[in-house]
Design a protein around this ligand. Structure first.
Ligand SMILES: *Cc1c(COP(=O)(O)O)cnc(C)c1O
Length: 395
């Protein structure tokens, strides 16, 4: 049978109305526990002989609809839902490492992931290195005998540097080291790391997958065996599982993922080209820009360049803050992937906990701003930015 298209799967996969009282929308099973018809049935559920539900930390039908849908969208075998992106990341990293192991990371990671890596090092002697991963030889050299996983963000927040997923996965597969990719910035509509040979895909579903700024959630997708192990170990016993209502919101958000992302990307393309020409902008970091150093890699592994843009403005922290304060339509907020255009200052916000010298190495300067381009009319977004530029220029 011919595979259904992505635009169809976001709406239909994982849920069958005929099995649920013909309800068009997936029902919300807002329940903590499930009743057994007999003690024997209870025993059979615990032994696994009867696959029915037991207790919502171990599984819930609404959450299961979402897990099946995201597994299909990422082209994986199974997915697990978590209470936040960080719950998904911490469960995965704790599952894949033990004392004495080493994690090889891309040159930048999300701020709280950075914090988690430091905690793992301090408490459990699990070390890590940040590596640019720009060529095969240096990736091979960076892998240590105790490297137990490779952890990648691409594009890297906030400077949008890319890592070649196919290249890293090829090396890692040879050495049987699992590759974990935080795919939050792309969503499965723009990039599917499992198709390049990576092993685990993680999402902060709080961002593009939810898409409406009203839910915090995380997802992990991978092979059946790996997901069963993850579910039995760190998901079940650490317990950062997704609430059924939040799964319900994500199922709703997912239906419009391709529509929203097409608009995010189109708006970002227009805003980026205007920013590039503006005399107050120094450097533009946007994978869709023809002068972006990894423009061809972006074309190879991303369906579209995404809705995130970073740029530096003339001046320093003071100018950056004045510029943000002069915006009216665009809101100052962290998070991303929402309908509203959001701006933030990585050096003092999302990446504030990273020491200054590390920030510099990651390209996070005081005049760098990160823009999550929303779904408004691009002309209104640009007008707001242009006005803020003119306000600080005239000061
Ligand atoms: C937001 C984010 C996270 C953390 O997700 P939460 O849902 O906030 O826990 C992880 N990685 C990236 C790239 C993010 O943007």
């Amino acid at each position: 049978m011919k595979k259904r298209k992505f635009e169809t799967e976001v709406i239909h996969s994982g849920y069958n109305a005929w099995e649920h009282q013909e309800a068009l929308a997936p029902p919300l099973y807002q329940t903590s526990t499930f009743v057994f018809q007999s003690s024997e049935q209870g025993e059979a559920r615990f032994s696994g002989e009867d696959p029915g539900y037991i207790y919502s930390r171990l599984g819930n039908p609404t959450v299961a609809f979402l897990e099946e849908r995201i597994a299909t969208l990422e082209n994986g075998e199974r997915a697990l839902a978590f209470s936040s992106g960080m719950a998904a990341i911490s469960a995965t990293l704790i599952h894949l490492t033990r004392t004495g192991d080493h994690i090889l990371c891309s040159s930048g990671v999300y701020g709280c992931t950075f914090g988690l890596l430091h905690m793992l090092e301090e408490k459990y002697h699990i070390t890590h290195d940040f590596h640019a991963m720009q060529d095969e030889t240096s990736v091979r050299e960076a892998i240590q005998p105790h490297t137990s996983c490779i952890y990648i963000e691409t594009p890297i927040n906030p400077t949008m540097k890319l890592v070649d997923l196919e290249m890293v996965a090829r090396i890692a597969n040879e050495k049987q080291i699992p590759v974990v990719v935080d795919n939050t910035f792309c969503s499965p509509y723009l990039q599917r790391p499992l198709e390049f040979g990576c092993d685990y895909v993680i999402h902060s579903a709080t961002k593009y997958i939810g898409g409406h700024g009203d839910v915090v959630a995380g997802l992990v997708v991978g092979k059946q065996k790996a997901m069963s192990e993850l579910s039995r170990s760190t998901q079940k016993d650490i317990g950062g599982v997704l609430a059924p209502f939040n799964a319900w919101l994500l199922l709703r958000g997912l239906k419009t993922l391709p529509l929203r992302l097409d608009r995010h990307c189109e708006n970002a393309r227009k805003i980026a080209s205007h920013l590039k020409q503006h005399p107050f902008v120094d450097t533009l970091f946007y994978p869709g820009d023809k002068d972006f150093p990894q423009y061809s890699l972006a074309k190879k592994q991303m369906q579209q360049p995404g809705g995130m843009i970073a740029f530096t403005i003339k001046g320093g922290k003071q100018e950056a803050q004045k510029f943000m304060n002069a915006l009216k339509l665009i809101k100052i907020a962290v998070s991303l992937g929402d309908a509203e255009t959001l701006i933030e200052h990585p050096a003092t916000m999302t990446h504030a906990l990273i020491p200054r010298n590390e920030q510099r190495k990651m390209g996070i300067t005081d005049n760098l701003l990160r823009l999550s381009v929303g779904l408004e009319s691009w002309e209104d977004i640009w007008r707001d930015l242009e006005k803020a530029f003119s306000i600080i220029q005239n000061q």
